[in-house]
Structure formats: C-alpha cells, structure tokens
Design a protein around this ligand. Sequence first.
Ligand SMILES: C[S@@+](CC[C@H](N)C(=O)[O-])C[C@H]1O[C@@H](n2cnc3c(N)ncnc32)[C@H](O)[C@@H]1O
Length: 225
Amino acid sequence: MDENEQRLFDSWKNNASSWTRAIRNQQIESRVLVTNSAILETVIELNPKTFLDVGCGEGWLCRELFSKGIDGWGVDASGELIEAARQEGDTRFLVSLYSDLTSHKFGDTVHFSCLICNFSILGQRDVAYIASAGHSLLKKQGKIIVQTLHPIIACGDAAYTSGWRETAWHLIGNETFHPAPWYFRTVESWIEEFHARNYRLLKLREPCHLVTNKPISIIFVFEQQ
Ligand SMILES: C[S@@+](CC[C@H](N)C(=O)[O-])C[C@H]1O[C@@H](n2cnc3c(N)ncnc32)[C@H](O)[C@@H]1O
C-alpha cells in the first residue's frame, strides 16, 4: 500500500464515528436533498436482484435497498463502520479492502447484478481493483454504478488533470473530519479507465443542486462486456 492509500485508510478509521453521526443525523445537505435519492433511483431503475455495496460506510444504502426487497451485501475497509452497520440489525456486512473482494463468501450469492460505489472510489488503484473483481463477481452484463463528486465542480482552481489531492475541509456537517488524500479523476479518465477494463458506459447522470442548478455529483453506469 502506498503512502496516500495508507493515509486514506487511517483517515476513514479516525472518521468512522463522526461519519456515522453525520450520515444518521442527516447533516450533509447535498446528500439529503439530491445525491441519496439519485443513487437510489439509478439502482432501482436497473431492477437488480442482488447488489454489492462497495465501500458501504455505515450501511445506509444497503438498508434502503434491503427494505425494498433487494438482496445484497455491504463491504468496507473500516471495521468500525462495518460494526456500526451490523448494529442496525442486519448481518450482511463484511470488512474487506477492494483488493480482497474476491476472497470472500457472500452467503448464497456468487454473482451479483451490480456493484455500487457511492462516493467510495477514493484511491488511485480502486478502479482497477473493483473492475477486476467485477469480472468474477458480476453476472453476465452486470453493472458497476459509481457516484462521485462532479469533477468540474470538485476540481476547484487546480488544473483539470487526474492526480492525488488533499481534502481542504475539516468538518462533515457539524462533525470533525480528519483530512485524507483522494485521487481526482477527470470525466474522461473515469470513462477511459473502465473502458480499458472491458466495461462500457451505459448511462451518465449529473444530479444538480435544487437551488443553484449546478451539478453536485456524477453517476456512471458501466456494463460488463
Ligand atoms: C465517503 S465514504 C462513503 C460511504 C458510503 N458509500 C456512503 O454513501 O455513505 C467512503 C467509504 O469508502 C471506504 N473505502 C475507501 N477506500 C476503500 C478501500 N480501498 N477498500 C475498502 N473500503 C474503502 C471508506 O472506509 C469509507 O467508508
């Protein structure tokens, strides 16, 4: 693991309890107003039988999908976040790095309809790990659904090129956040990286802020070839 990846994991370990409170107390306005429903609608439109929530955090998206009768699992590197997810009553959560996804058993599910990555692809090598795992874990023509900050907005004043960035913020909602490095990708490189690994872009959405009408996030639906 390189230094940026190690700092990223350490940061999510440190942020686990404040992240859990921020999500459960609905402190992140863009999520409450736009991005939570955008990812849910995108997944549900695809009518999946099963899903793997990759980087599930404290598990809110799994719980929403379970409540709609869709079977699935959540995985995350943070033992604290997985514990917080299980404490809500469901056992379909596992500690795993993206690099280890294929080494687990997910109950009776061998092949998933989709992998969902909701704001959880943060490292440089994550696309490679997840795309590669998808070729073993997805059904034929399975989907990888990625929601991330919209690159045009997230880029800020820096040059529009892919590369490691530092988070500038120290709060999530009202909670303290230990900053972490994250790997910025342009729209072109998101698409190219998946295309290079035998997925093709099926759909792209740009959910916008309800007042400013600026894009908050981008959602890619890639289909395995
Ligand atoms: C911004 S949070 C998003 C959590 C969740 N998807 C949500 O929408 O609330 C990013 C999550 O990705 C996880 N994560 C990041 N890189 C990871 C990796 N390489 N392996 C496993 N989990 C990872 C972190 O532990 C963290 O829980």
